[in-house]
Design a protein around this ligand. Structure first.
Ligand SMILES: [Zn+2]
Ligand SMILES: [Zn+2]
Length: 379
């Protein structure tokens, strides 16, 4: 079938993207779902920093172009291939940006976001089976991004890339469950396992950082300290549960955090994906504390921390990918928290856009003037 999609042909084009147009919105060919695959009509797809990192070339420079980005999305199942057992036509689904094979070593020990087969598929730009289903009008195969490629009216994905959700959950907003919320809330409740009354610092107040604040509030963390270079983000951070804000463009955040927490925070989350910020997070934790890397740094960067403090103060530096989630479990939990008013995810929504406006949308994301913009495919 012919579908309209945003195709990335060249990585590293200069901003503003409204002018350089790294994403071309055009008709592409989409093959029918193969065995174990599902055709999904995308309802909404969020613009995330991970997509932006591919566009600007700081992440995954090795992925073969052309490619269709888009990994934070929701949709409706329209067709299932042979052997699809867990999903049926008309099911409402949220995408998981790691496909979970269910039988590798890491899936077997309950860590599906580290799925070996899923990582291979994501590194190659294919589905779990190794297949590509999109091609250009000229017949050139198009790579997948995170085996989802949701910046398209329709996409074909492995059934292992989808999580079905209750029909009562507003499907357009449910897209956010699959990246911002699962990553941010998961970092607090799964990776860090923050207990009530423990101090938490969050560096970086984009969609994931603000979701981390929501997670910290749900966990009963206190105080919750929000750090950013853009004071324009502080009102929302305070509304979502932050007790204090620190403008890192004016103040040394480490000194300010130590003062607010009388010696250092129990947990500090780097949601920026900047190695200097990660080192600051490590400096800002107390003895026995944990610095948790949530934002994904450029793939050529290394972090330097005070090694003796790591030993003598038993400090921990830990990664958190996709909130250390079990997507089937956690997307259902997040949806329930949202439906019962405990997870105000609407607060993250900037005005939604059309697929044609995608380049301008990425300009806003890069400038920090939008939090989460959803592409809505149907009015
Ligand atoms: Zn994302
Ligand atoms: Zn696996």
């Amino acid at each position: 079938m012919q579908v309209k999609a945003a195709v990335l042909y060249e990585v590293g084009k200069a901003a503003p993207y409204a002018d350089s147009k790294p994403l071309k919105v055009e008709q592409v060919e989409l093959a029918a779902p193969g065995p174990g695959e599902v055709l999904v009509e995308v309802v909404s797809a969020g613009l995330c920093h991970s997509d932006l990192s591919v566009i600007n070339g700081s992440m995954y420079p090795q992925l073969p172009n052309p490619m269709i980005l888009g990994h934070e999305a929701s949709g409706v199942v329209r067709e299932v291939g042979s052997g699809v057992t867990d999903l049926k036509v008309d099911d409402h689904v949220v995408f998981s940006f790691v496909p979970m094979c269910g039988h590798c070593d890491n899936c077997a020990v309950g860590r599906p976001v580290l799925c070996k087969n899923g990582s291979v598929a994501n590194a190659r730009g294919t589905l779990l089976s190794g297949a590509r289903r999109f091609s250009t009008a000229g017949g050139q195969p198009i790579s997948y991004f995170t085996a989802t490629s949701a910046f398209s009216q329709f996409t074909v994905v492995s059934q292992e890339s989808l999580v079905a959700i209750d029909r009562e959950v507003p499907l357009d907003k449910a897209a956010l469950l699959g990246c911002a919320l699962i990553t941010g809330v998961g970092a607090v409740v799964n990776t860090a396992r923050v207990a009530a009354g423990e101090s938490v610092v969050i560096f970086g107040l984009g969609g994931v950082g603000l979701s981390t604040i929501m997670g910290a509030k749900l966990a009963g963390a206190s105080p919750i300290i929000a750090v950013d270079m853009l004071p324009s983000k502080f009102d929302l951070a305070l509304r979502l549960g932050a007790d204090h804000t620190i403008d890192a463009s004016k103040n040394d955040p480490v000194a300010a955090i130590r003062e607010l927490t009388r010696g250092g925070a129990a947990y500090a989350f780097d949601v920026v994906g900047n190695t200097n910020v990660l080192a600051q997070a490590f400096s800002a934790i107390r003895p026995g504390g944990k610095a948790i890397a949530v934002g994904i740094p450029p793939s050529d960067k290394f972090v330097s921390v005070h090694a003796a403090a790591m030993v003598l103060q038993e400090k921990v530096l830990q990664g958190s990918f996709m909130g250390s989630a079990v997507p089937r479990r956690d997307i259902a939990r997040l949806a329930h928290l949202y439906m019962t008013g405990k997870l105000p995810l609407e607060e993250l929504l900037s005005p939604s856009i059309t697929l044609e406006e995608i380049n301008t949308g990425f300009d806003r994301l890069a400038q920090g003037t939008a939090i989460r913009q959803l592409i809505r495919f149907k009015e």
